[in-house]
Design a protein around this ligand. Sequence first.
Ligand code: GDP
Ligand code: IMO
Ligand code: MG
Length: 421
Amino acid sequence: MVDVLIGLQWGDEGKGKIVDYLAANYDIIARFQGGPNAGHTLYVNGQKVVLRTIPSGVFQEQTLNLIGNGVVIDPVTLKEEIEGLKRLGVQLEGNLFISHKAHLILPSHRALDAASEHAKGKEKIGSTLKGIGPAYMDKTGRNGLRVGDIMAPNWDERYLRLKSKHMDMLRLYEEVPEWEAWEADFFEAINYLRSLNIVNGEYWLNDQLKQGKKVLAEGAQGSMLDVDYGTYPFVTSSNTIVAGVCTGLGVAPSRIGEVYGITKAYCTRVGSGPFPTELHDETGERLRAAGHEFGAVTKRPRRCGWIDLVALRYVCMLSGVTRLIMTKADVLDDFEEIKAATAYEIDGQQTEEFPFDICDRNVVPVYSTFKGWDTPISSCASTEALPETFKKYYSFVEDYLQTRIQFISNGTGRDQLLTLF
Ligand code: GDP
Ligand code: IMO
Ligand code: MG
């Protein structure tokens, strides 16, 4: 079976930490979408590591890791990541596999991302500028280059053809970064990529499944950044919900088992776009400070607010989440009052449905309010120690979402996790 773990908000829910923990029970961890826009943080022996394209199972020795065809790969970032892990003593030669159908991010994709964002001015998406959007555009536009193409005798010619197309496009923009200097690193990294385990990902994975191996698919970004169901156009360019697993790895829907959905005990978003429960006040600042809410990749301050149950119920429906994981519960330890949005009020009308367009409308969240807890969650070593006030809060979330919470995360470390069932 393929179990799946996805973020249920706008990313950064703590996927890296949880996958690193769960990986002990799996044979294979597989990334199915996104690319180096992701930043998944793990703490291993007190050392902080941020993974971008590599699955978060690499710190469990027995686990194999697959970068699936749905991922877009920047060879430069991938090489840096592998070298960084080597310095930490993690040898990836034998246990990292890359689908030959994964698309490549070219230096000119990064340039196009920057040029397009600059041209959008105030309307910009707030992209991580890693070339994600332009690379997926070339994939669906049927111009893209894939990992397998680097082995072809006419690779150079194909690269130049796509580069020239990009140069024509870049001429339409006023502000373009000096990107051609990035090519030297790119070619060096392509050479390096040739030495890695490039596989026919879908056959490889289905063979493993046939042998009875257990697979965990690791999502990147969050469900509210999904290109179809997120807050379009302020989204990423891939399907971040569970449906993305089948196309991004080549596994049949009937193979999907448990679906773990992660939410923070509150909510954050980085980049532009609507965020109904965002707090622009001192409480928002307190959340940012207590949760160290700064981007793992871009270091941008994350926007902070209360948990949004309307959005969460929507995405639980889309992905059929079977188990919830609540992270960063400890961040709320010092708050006297905690809120959860249970409906939106739009033009005087209340709704519990996520609306078509919340970009240009005034959405006022309707809140339920909870008393803060006097025992810090960070100090609870077992579920029995959890205060009643906190239980009221998380039970309300479970009832609203009609899904049980399996784990409560109360710190950054692998073992700071309370198991409810
Ligand atoms: P990801 O992209 O979903 O993997 O999440 P990020 O790594 O971008 O951001 C999550 C941040 O929260 C990281 O800095 C984690 O170390 C941290 N984190 C994860 N779980 C917890 C938790 O339960 N409590 C606290 N205080 N921090 C956590
Ligand atoms: P992880 O996997 C949070 C956001 C960007 C921007 C929008 C589009 O660490 O949770 P893109 O670079 O994809 O074109 O950016 O999506 N974004 C993320 N926000 N966590 C992420 O990944 C993100 N990946 C992209 O900030 O608003
Ligand atoms: Mg992140």
